[in-house]
Design a binder for this molecule. Structure first.
Ligand code: NDP
Length: 494
């Protein structure tokens, strides 16, 4: 059955005649039809969010405890509808169903955590400025937030923003990826059931060129919170600069796993494997580079190749699949071009490197796990974000060299360090220029820990208390107590 969606604005569906079709990346079936909106429809969404923020229902002024209740009810409903949401996520994004379920569960966890933060938005009193004055430093919601998210983790990237923006008291207009808008729209319906006032959550679907650009220039939007590629992120930041719109950017990455000879090598192989194949490698913090000590490189790569052979490709609903299809044809062709270029530039293909042509995968965008070794810093594969299941292996001989190699990229989202030596682990982590460092694991995290990038991987943080504060402005209120002496006494009439 094809799912057909309009836009969700001010608590109801708003009919929009033009449609964008989403075909399955696994077998080409038509899955969903989304509204292909323009700036006029966006304007309706912004007006609804503006009204919900500025005067109706007083969402920003509800006690945090009440906003928390709404959020908690939403998390409960998401869990109750997990199977439906997971199926939509799995089909539209092409990810194996068990990973889609994990994503839904993680989204619920983000919401519950943000709900807890709504209780305790911090503030300060400045009480040491004399007997006759008191300073209050308060955190106020930024206003209407435009949320723009990509297709790779549609629900998690959404809730790393939405849950915290709502907890802070902001209202929202969401533009999901045109390829994976289904779950954002389903969530909006659940939010209504959870009791969110109309206009607090609006979803306007469409292309980045139409809806995205209209959002970044819309005077009714106070902040843009964007997740996506670094190229589009720069464009978004430039447009926001025109009106000094606040902007949060979660962008691309080129993470490295550094494996020292004293590591638990079986655990490291496991972490590196997961790090490069999860979500078909379409992950901002994908461990796309392996920096392995020369003394153990041969044996390590052999083990990795051996385990990569056992990765199971599958259609999205296949419960046992480890990897599904890439998101669409042209993205797959881009990944295959990266693979061809790596071979041309002299990297050695250790496994994979091709599109699967056998049934049942012949109608989809399935690319095998691919490992290149002998990768050097002058090769594009060492520098460029591939966003596919492709690992670049480079060797090193000294700790300093490993850190230099890891930092030899314009990105700075994540890195991994594998060693049993605590000094080495800490020294190395400190010198890595990335927002996250995983030690003796990869991709494990918790909602309490901020996530974001150094360098061209972004600006601002999501999750943790930092993630909440992103959606607030700081206000200083200086209160004079008692009688105020005139500042210009000579102007006072005698
Ligand atoms: P894009 O940058 O192409 O798109 C991201 C979102 O921006 C989509 O909703 C897209 O709309 C929209 N968009 C496109 N053009 C514009 C525009 N001119 N103005 C405003 N919005 C626009 O990224 P992808 O969807 O291809 O996602 C992959 C990228 O996302 C990778 O680089 C990845 O590293 C990064 N990413 C970063 C994460 C992080 O937390 N740091 C997490 C996940 C992904 P449309 O619907 O038209 O595509």
């Amino acid at each position: 059955m094809v799912r057909d969606y309009d836009n969700w604005i001010d608590g109801c569906w708003i009919e929009t005649p033009r449609r964008l079709d989403r075909f399955s990346p696994a077998d080409g079936r038509l899955l969903s039809r989304f509204a292909d909106s323009d700036c006029e429809v966006l304007d309706l969404g912004v007006k609804a969010a503006r009204a919900a923020f500025d005067h109706r229902d007083r969402w920003p002024y509800l006690p945090g405890s009440q906003r928390a209740q709404h959020l908690t009810r939403l998390a409960d409903l998401i869990v109750a509808h997990s199977e439906k949401l997971s199926e939509i996520e799995s089909e539209e994004a092409g990810k194996p169903i068990r990973f889609a379920r994990a994503e839904v569960a993680w989204a619920a966890e983000l919401i519950r955590y943000a709900a807890a933060l709504a209780w305790q938005i911090p503030g300060d009193a400045v009480s040491n400025i004399g007997e006759a004055a008191l300073g209050l430093v308060t955190r106020e919601p930024r206003g209407v937030v435009g949320i723009i998210v990509p297709w790779n983790f549609p629900l998690v990237t959404l809730f790393q923003k939405l849950a915290f923006a709502l907890a802070a008291g902001c209202t929202t207009v969401i533009k999901p990826s045109e390829l994976t808008s289904g779950t954002a729209l389903e969530v909006a319906i659940l939010a209504k059931q959870a009791g969110f006032p109309d206009g607090v959550i609006n979803v306007v679907t469409g292309t980045g060129v139409n809806v995205g650009d209209a959002m970044t220039s819309h005077p009714g939007i106070d902040m843009i919170s964007f997740t996506g590629s670094t190229a589009v992120g720069k464009h978004v930041a430039r447009r926001c600069a025109d009106s000094i719109k606040r902007v949060g950017l979660e962008l691309g990455g080129k993470a490295a796993n550094i494996v020292f000879p004293d590591a638990d090598l079986d655990a490291a192989v496991d972490g590196v494997l997961l790090g490069y194949i999860l979500n078909q490698g379409q992950e901002c913090v994908q461990g796309t580079r392996l920096l392995v000590h020369a003394d153990i490189a041969k044996q390590f790569v052999e083990q990795l190749v051996d385990r990569s052979k056992r990765i199971r490709l599958g259609l999205p609903m296949d419960e046992s699949a480890d990897m599904g299809p890439l998101i669409h044809d042209s993205h797959m062709n881009g990944v295959l071009n990266h693979i061809r270029r790596a071979s041309t530039e002299g990297a050695r293909l250790a496994i994979g490197g091709y599109q699967v042509a056998d049934p049942p995968f012949d109608r989809g965008c399935f690319v095998t796990p691919t490992v290149f070794d002998h990768v050097t810093t002058d090769m594009a594969l060492f520098r460029d974000e591939v966003f596919g299941p492709v690992l670049a292996v480079t060797t090193f001989s000294a700790d300093d060299e490993a850190v230099t190699l890891a930092n030899y990229t314009g990105y700075g989202l994540g890195n991994g360090v594998w060693t049993k030596d605590i000094d080495r682990a800490v020294f190395c982590s400190r010198r890595l220029k990335s927002g996250t460092v995983y030690v003796n694991t990869y991709l494990e995290t918790s909602v309490q820990m901020p996530f974001g990038g150094f360098k061209e991987s972004g600006m601002g943080r999501e999750n943790g208390m930092d993630g909440l504060l992103e959606f607030t402005e700081t206000k200083s209120t200086f209160i004079k107590l008692g009688n105020r002496l005139p500042a210009l006494p000579h102007t006072v009439a005698a």
